[in-house]
Design a binder for this molecule. Structure first.
Ligand code: SF4
Ligand code: SF4
Length: 437
């Protein structure tokens, strides 16, 4: 049964969902993969293999005993040919394991379904899967599923909003794997002892909403929440409010309002691990942008170089001037297409100069559009001016730490001010001063 959502502010952006309806195709194994030892929030993994070792698909190749860490597994079979130090797609300098593939995709003997009969075994399985938030946050899932206040947490929210322009891969994942996602949801409810699950899906995916409504019609503790067709419905704080009416203020975790949020793909990968024992070794993503010849939804081994994926999509039709990992609102601009796919990556977008070039910034005209657009009711114009003065007290007074980097203010600003980015800098300034208000 669908529930009616309440609404926070946001903006209407062109959906540009050019790949909508395209099935997710499996990309052939590339010649080499480069698997970074840090693909999550937390401590980097240490390599557990050395140059010259033969590895198989699903074999552990990196881990760390630090609590905030998710193990890393080989996505291919082949030989470890180098440990490469360099900057990853996340902008972090760390070690990547170079594996020259043998094309056989032999599966490791350790890949067997885990034994899960209680909460502790379930959490151990989530960790050994190497699971992180696949919506982009890359927070280790076994930490998220084990909050400090379990007795106060009763709700799981599945994020199926996919509100960023261009990206359609979660939509296709929901259509192709709805049954496994519902099964994974039931397992999370069972082992974490939660009362209900709400699947939040933006209204521009009526086929996915209909599919889940049909699948959960006899599941009294699982419901579907049809979200507004408005950006950023998938932002964690907006999603929680829209699905439950609860406000998550800055500095608090979803568990503080009784909620755990997981992306639909995260839940799918978890269920697939419970069924097969295959840890997180591949990632589905949308490849699009006006210089990509054949935009696609693809599933690729983690560590695949972006340039190989672009070639699989027919190559470039023009010179790429901006390459994004993620969507145009919150994605990260990459210096080139030599970086590799990591766990939290859900899109590669490539644009030419007509899309990438920015007109010069002009003076603020006090139009108030940024304030009107902000889902968190912030005053981006006041924050921007406070940052220019390096005025930490005013940044705190106007709650810069509540900014969730959604980019709505930047998108609507006629003066083309980089308000969202300036707020990131403002937050760094506040943190550097030791304030977290
Ligand atoms: S101030 Fe922050 S939260 Fe508000 S619209 Fe801008 S980026 Fe989004
Ligand atoms: S939208 Fe831009 S021009 Fe308008 S008030 Fe905000 S910062 Fe100023």
């Amino acid at each position: 049964m669908s529930s009616v959502s309440k609404h926070l502010k946001g903006i209407h952006v062109d959906h540009c969902k050019n790949t909508a309806g395209q099935p997710i195709v499996q990309m052939p194994v590339p010649e080499k993969v480069y698997i970074p030892m840090v693909q999550h929030i937390g401590a980097p993994c240490q390599p557990t293999v050395a140059v010259g070792d033969h590895v198989k698909v699903g074999q552990l190749i990196g881990d760390n005993t630090a609590p905030m860490c998710a193990p890393i597994h080989s996505s291919v079979s082949g030989e470890v040919t180098a440990l490469v130090k360099g900057m990853t797609a996340q902008g972090i300098v760390d070690t990547s394991i170079e594996i020259t593939t043998d094309g056989k995709q032999e599966v490791a003997e350790t890949v067997v379904p885990p034994t899960v009969g209680n909460k502790e075994e379930f959490l151990a399985a989530v960790r050994s899967c190497g699971l992180v938030g696949l919506g982009g946050a890359a927070f280790p899932t076994h930490i998220k599923y084990n909050p400090r206040n379990p007795e106060q947490v009763d709700t799981l929210i599945l994020n199926g909003a996919e509100c960023e322009p261009y990206i359609t891969v979660d939509h296709m994942t929901m259509l192709e794997h709805a049954e496994e996602i519902v099964e994974g949801t039931k397992n999370i409810l069972k082992y974490l002892n939660l009362k209900q699950a709400i699947i939040g899906i933006e209204g521009n995916k009526p086929d996915a909403i209909a599919k889940f409504n049909e699948l959960v019609k006899n599941e009294p503790n699982i419901s579907v929440c049809e979200l507004l067709q408005q950006y950023p419905q998938g932002a964690e704080r907006v999603l929680i409010y829209e699905c439950t009416g609860k406000h998550l203020i800055a500095g608090k975790l979803p568990a503080d309002v009784g909620v755990i949020v997981s992306n639909v793909t995260t839940v799918l990968k978890l269920q697939q691990f419970l069924d097969s024992g295959m840890p997180l070794v591949s990632k589905s993503l949308t490849v699009d942008g006006n210089v990509v010849k054949e935009p696609k939804n693809v599933e690729v081994p983690i560590g695949t170089p972006i340039i190989d994926i672009i070639e699989f999509c027919g190559g470039y039709t023009g010179e790429p001037k901006k390459i994004l990992m993620g969507g145009p609102m919150m994605g990260r601009a990459l210096p080139d297409d030599g970086k590799c796919i990591i766990k939290g990556n859900n899109a590669i977008l490539a644009f030419d100069a007509t899309f990438a070039n920015m007109n010069p910034e002009t003076a603020c005209i006090n139009c108030g559009r940024c304030v009107k657009a902000c889902p968190m009711n912030l005053m981006p114009t006041a924050l921007f001016k406070a940052f220019e003065r390096k005025d930490v007290d005013t940044l705190k007074k106007y709650h810069v730490m509540s900014c969730m980097d959604c980019g709505c203010c930047t998108y609507v600003c006629p003066a083309r001010k980089q308000l969202s980015f300036i707020n990131k800098l403002g937050k760094s300034l506040v943190l550097a001063e030791g304030g977290k208000k």
